[in-house]
Write a new protein. Structure first.
Length: 75
């Protein structure tokens, strides 16, 4: 069952990049549970982490905004 707000695009991008939640968390110097909350739609990456997250996923900033929810990134 899919949780409301689950960010399937973010999950797919991480998997396409060959990264586990733990490996992505290590690259960004955050806890794995942080990545888990981003993917579940329970929180949003902090502004200073977005460029590194985009690079890790080989995303443009616009594509990252789409994956995590444009409205949450523009605030």
């Amino acid at each position: 069952m899919t949780m409301p707000g689950k960010r399937l695009g973010l999950v797919a991008a991480r998997k396409a990049a060959g990264l586990s939640q733990e490996r992505l968390a290590e690259q960004l110097d955050v806890d794995r549970s942080t990545v888990q909350r981003w993917e579940a739609g329970q929180s949003t990456p902090q502004p200073w982490l977005r460029p590194m997250l985009a690079a890790a996923l080989d995303f443009s900033h616009a594509k990252l905004a789409e994956a995590v929810g444009r409205s949450t990134l523009l605030g």
